[in-house]
Structure formats: C-alpha cells, structure tokens
Design a protein around this ligand. Structure first.
Ligand SMILES: N[C@@H](Cc1c[nH]c[nH+]1)C(=O)O
Length: 419
C-alpha cells in the first residue's frame, strides 16, 4: 500500500514546527510593532483572477484544479502580493496608507529535486497607498529589524530599481520580444551576448557601454554616484538612480545603510515590480531569504490606481540558515508528563487538572509499560519534567524527574501548594 506524499511537500515534526513557529513569532513581533495588521487570505482562488497579478513565470508554475460545480479553473495560492492586491481592490472603502502582513504557504511548481519544495512558507508585509520612497525604505527597515530580532546579524540587502530596465527598453526602442531576450541575457549575466545584441543599435556609445556593463554593476553607494556622473545625458536613468540614492539616505537615517549594496544587473522574478526592488541575503548562506519591491500598477490590474510596496521572507531558508549556524535553540517544551503507577489513577487526574488550571501543559502516559520506558518516552517527547506517582507504594509522595537519573521526592500536597 502506498502511503507516500508527493515529492514537493513535506511534514514538519514537533521540533521543526516549534522552531519555525519561533521564527514566525519573532518576525510578527516586529511587523506588529511597525503597525502592520495580520490578515488571512484564502488558500485558493480563481486562476483567471489570481494569475492576473503575476507574470508568465509564476503562472506556469501555479497548481490548478477544477471547481466541480461551476467548471471554473481554480489555483492554489502562488503569490500573496497578488492576493492582497486583489483584496484591496475589492474593498469599497480604500483608506491609505494600509499596512498588511501575512504568514502562510505559497504553492509553485518546481522540478522535484533534493529539497526543492512546491509548498513554501512565507511571511511578508505590504504597504499600500504610498508612492513616496519613504515607504520603500520602511519595508526594508522592517525586514532588517525582523532579522535582528532573530539574532541574525550578517545580512545584506541588495537594492536595484527595475525602472532602469524599462528606460533602457525605451532608449533602445526594443519591442516586447527583444526586451525579453535582452532581460534573459541580463538574468544570466551574459555580457558578451548583450554586447552582440546591441552592437548594431544606433545609439550613443555611452549608453551602449552602460547597457553592456549592466550585469556587472554592483557595489556600494559610490557605484550609484559614479553612474549618475556617467549617465548625465539620460535624465530618466538619472531619476532611477536618484531614487536608489534617496532610499539609501533614508536607510542611513535608520542606521542600517552599511548593510546595503546595489546590484543593477539583478532583474526580478515578478513582472509586477515597477521601481525599487530588493533581495535579502545572509553573507555565509547561498540562498536569498527574502525579496520585495514596489508594484505601482499591480492593484490597477484589479481595480483602482494605487501604489504599493512590500516584501516577503522565505521562512524555510531562514530556518535552514538558523539550523546550520546553530542559532535555533528555541524548542517549545511541554511542562509535565504524569506517570501514575497506581491502580486508581485518581491522583493523576487531580494533579493534571490542578497543573492545567495553573497554565502548565500536562500529558499523561496512560499506556501500561515498564516505568523506565515511560520515563524515557517523556524526555524523548520533549517534556521538561515527569511526575511519577505510586513509585513506593504511597500516593502521598511523588517523584519529579528532570532527567532519566535526577529526581526530587516531594510530598504531593506540598508540591501542589508550591507550584
Ligand atoms: N510576493 C513576492 C514578495 C513581495 C511582497 N511584496 C512585494 N514583493 C514574492 O513572493 O517573492
């Protein structure tokens, strides 16, 4: 009998679940402190509606199924941001600025391999209704504080402005298809392909030089300042660079600009981004742990022309990093495990009830087996203490074990008074 689950999903056991929960709790503490309100979004939507939000890349990876009643195609949530855009557009009263946060799973198909999952955990914020760059800086600051709250210090924020790509498209006069080809070269950082691609374009050399170098332009704020100098004759490019600089300056005021680098050659997975975009890395960990950016025309795909920005953490990557670096110790313990060796079990019920009323978590053995086996089970299962009743033919004394071989013998009534 096959009792497997598909390759792209997995189960998280008690310890794993509590570690992930610990990460979620530290992050939501910060989200709340910045005035973001948590909302819960549906696990599936109409495919035709949900997919309007994101581009082909994600659309091709969405999980689809049929509503047996209407015959409509449904899809599991592939993107929170698109869901929030749809939700906000659906509101009669659109008060801004609106700050939402969410935590949950997204479903995107990937070819199953090693630890590549179809169901990933995200936590993110969306700040809706603010076109000012202060909003872009705010969501970056929220991300940074969340990481600090987790004790993660060696993070790095890679910032870019995708407007630069749109401006290049206009300046070179690219049609949709050649723009896709161009962006593909950028994504793969193929400088020579770009050089070949633009060699017979009739544009200024300065612009050509810039375009060819795009995949390689990375570094600190001086890179942006130098580019501004070089691209003086292209006001649209200057504007995009100035936006980056402005965000950088606000982040300096927040005291976090030393964590920022710029990566002009970094395009994004989502076509909905329209301005400042960023990715969050940890220096000694290869995968990004979060990404986000501005999406000023996404909500208008549903209704209303409202600017917005946000980001999402990839919780599984954060979790993996914290495990690898020995940073996650927080495992939720259960308090007491009651092993009652008497026939009646009345003491067990009574002690359990009193402890639970006081707010402790209490489990009971119930299973009949050798006492040592029960004790082993208690500690393996994450209980902090085991209470043993009837070990020496009296119910008046109980034994409180805090490990397999350390215990305290106490009078039952005294213990209940003290606890
Ligand atoms: N939804 C994006 C992250 C994001 C949130 N807001 C803006 N961008 C993602 O899944 O990567």
């Amino acid at each position: 009998m096959n009792i497997d689950i598909p390759a792209g999903v997995r189960v998280y056991n008690r310890i794993e679940t509590s570690q992930i929960k610990y990460i979620q709790d530290r992050i939501s503490e910060i989200f709340e402190r910045w005035g973001y309100e948590e909302i819960t979004l549906p696990s599936f939507e109409f495919f035709s509606v949900h997919s309007r939000g994101f581009g082909e890349e994600i659309e091709n990876r969405a999980f689809k199924f049929i509503d047996r009643n209407s015959g409509e195609i449904l899809t599991l949530r592939a993107d929170f941001t698109s869901q929030i855009a749809r939700y906000f557009a659906s509101l009669k009263k659109k008060t801004v600025p609106k700050r939402y946060y969410y935590s949950g799973d997204i479903f995107r198909y990937v070819i199953p391999k090693a630890d590549r999952l179809w169901e990933r955990k995200q936590m993110g914020v969306e700040l809706i209704g603010v076109k000012e760059l202060e909003a872009d800086a705010e969501v970056i600051a929220v991300a940074v504080q969340s990481l600090e709250n987790l004790g993660i210090k060696n993070y790095q924020i890679d910032i870019n402005n995708v407007k630069i790509f749109d401006t290049v498209k206009d300046l070179l006069g690219l049609d949709r298809e050649s723009f896709i080809t161009f962006m593909d070269y950028v994504r793969k950082r193929e400088v020579y392909s770009i050089e070949r691609f633009i060699s017979d374009f009739d544009v200024e050399d300065r612009l050509k030089e810039f375009v060819v170098r795009i995949p390689e332009i990375q570094g600190d704020i001086t890179v942006i300042q130098n580019l501004k100098e070089e691209l003086k004759d292209f006001p649209e490019l200057i504007k995009s660079l100035e936006s980056i600089e402005k965000v950088y300056n606000i982040l300096s005021d927040y005291g976090i600009s030393d964590r920022v680098i710029f990566d002009i050659g970094e395009p994004k997975e989502f076509s909905y981004y329209t301005g400042i975009v960023f990715e969050i890395f940890i220096r000694d960990y290869s995968r990004p742990i979060g990404q986000g950016g501005r999406y000023d025309s996404l909500i208008s795909k549903y209704d209303g022309n409202i600017p917005a920005t946000g980001f999402a953490f990839d919780l599984l990557n954060i979790w993996e990093y914290m495990k690898l670096s020995g940073r996650i110790h927080e495992i939720k313990k259960k308090d007491f495990f009651i092993i009652d060796l008497t026939r009646e079990k009345r003491s067990a019920y009574r002690i359990g009830k009193i402890l639970r009323e006081k707010g402790y978590s209490v489990g009971r053995d119930i299973v009949k087996r050798e006492f040592k086996k029960s004790l082993e089970f208690a500690f393996e299962e994450g209980y902090s203490k085991a209470i043993v009743i009837g070990l020496d033919s009296t119910e008046k004394d109980i034994y409180i074990y805090s490990s397999m071989d350390s215990f305290e013998k106490l009078n039952l009534e005294e213990f209940l008074r003290k606890i």
